[in-house]
Write a protein that binds this ligand. Structure first.
Ligand SMILES: [Zn+2]
Length: 382
């Protein structure tokens, strides 16, 4: 897997101007690609190369080809349906023709508008465990007058461990994560901070002045950073638990919102929710230490009883789960996380991950069977 190492470049005006010019040239490639309706690299090369060499003679040929490749990929990503935009301070890609790491990775040599130049870089000591000398690709961007570089390093991940112990993780709106071994990651702090930002945002939006708008943008960035940090902390703790595999449910928040079954307040909560980011953090952190990720179907995981396998909506009342058949009572999220772990064990034993698209009743029946079978086997193993 690839890891991006963020380093600061002690650059000069030449480097900043190179980034700006490359971004402008990239936008020109995008405009032409949209007009001619193509993202094919050869076609785009024929259409843009000579023109950009003429309009920006400072950019050398390898910078121009790198820019064209980036424009092609951006067009491809949006399938030519929407025009991508490249700002002046966006990141530009560097490849083995345009950059090289020299002497102990403390100096880089980059193609700029005034020829090849050498710059010192600062790499945080945390990243010293990676071998980035052989890296041949990077991204470089400017941010508030400083220059940052993401060096892409390929990390060899260890082979997955043999799965013996599975931990189920239930992600929710109120508790970001609850694991099947009784750990609750609660969001009191998260909600408190989000509430504070919400209040501040309200005040600023009411003010509506230009300075208020500027502050709003700053706030959005800070809030995002805070949520990212929380997700990093939670994912780290989950991944470091004593287990070989982590089971999570596939969540489709988009379809949850579209169903029209949820109210405005819940929709807003789902919109604020960062479950997708948490999943991506858990996935890459687990991959790096050789643990597996098992995704299970999210249907009825919060309605099924973990003791008898009964599935019905009335089993769950708010945060409490109480089975109507066997009166088994538990925190609803904890019950769901245990169901997820059970389902994952079923997936592991069958070793078939792709589940057929069955009708709701059939799914319910098969799920009940699976839950029951796994609950019985887990009792037997105790
Ligand atoms: Zn029950």
């Amino acid at each position: 897997m690839n890891v991006a190492i963020r380093a600061e470049v002690i650059g000069d005006d030449d480097l900043i101007r190179t980034i700006k010019l490359s971004n402008r040239a990239c936008q020109e490639c995008i405009e032409i690609g949209m007009r001619e309706h193509t993202f094919n690299k050869t076609r785009l090369h024929q259409l843009t190369y000579q023109m950009i060499r003429k309009s920006h003679p400072e950019l050398n040929s390898s910078l121009v080809t790198a820019v064209r490749d980036q424009a092609s990929d951006m067009l491809k990503r949006l399938k030519l349906k929407k025009k991508p935009t490249k700002k002046n301070d966006s990141s530009i890609r560097l490849n083995h023709n345009t950059f090289r790491l020299l002497t102990d990775s403390k100096i880089i040599s980059i193609s700029t508008i005034s020829g090849r130049k050498k710059y010192a870089i600062k790499i945080p000591s945390y990243f010293s465990k990676y071998d980035f000398k052989s890296s041949e690709s990077a991204r470089i961007k400017t941010k508030k007058g400083r220059i940052f570089m993401d060096i892409i390093v390929e990390v060899i991940t260890p082979n997955p461990h043999k799965v013996k112990k599975v931990i189920g993780v239930d992600r929710g709106v109120y508790n970001p994560a609850v694991t099947s071994d009784n750990t609750f990651f609660n969001s009191r702090k998260l909600r408190e901070v989000k509430g504070r930002y919400k209040y501040l945002k309200g005040c600023l939006q009411r003010a509506g002045t230009r300075s208020a708008k500027r502050h709003l943008q700053k706030l959005a960035g800070r809030e995002r950073q805070f949520v990212t940090d929380v997700n990093h902390c939670i994912s780290k703790k989950i991944v470091n638990k004593d287990c070989d595999a982590i089971a999570l449910e596939e969540l489709r928040t988009g379809s949850m919102k579209r169903k029209g079954k949820v109210g405005k307040k819940t929709r807003k909560l789902i919109g604020n929710w960062s479950a997708k980011q948490l999943l991506s953090f858990i996935t890459y952190k687990a991959e790096m230490i050789g643990k597996s990720i098992i995704l299970v179907n999210s249907h009825f995981t919060s309605q099924a009883c973990n003791r008898c396998g009964d599935i019905r909506k009335s089993n769950r009342k708010g945060k409490i789960f109480k089975c109507c058949v066997c009166s088994y009572t538990l925190h609803a999220d904890l019950n769901a996380s245990r169901n997820i772990a059970c389902l994952a064990k079923g997936v592991m034993s069958r070793l078939v991950v792709n589940q057929p698209n069955v009708a709701c009743d059939e799914l319910k029946a098969s799920l009940r069977e699976e839950l029951r079978a796994n609950i019985v086997t887990s009792f037997a193993s105790i």
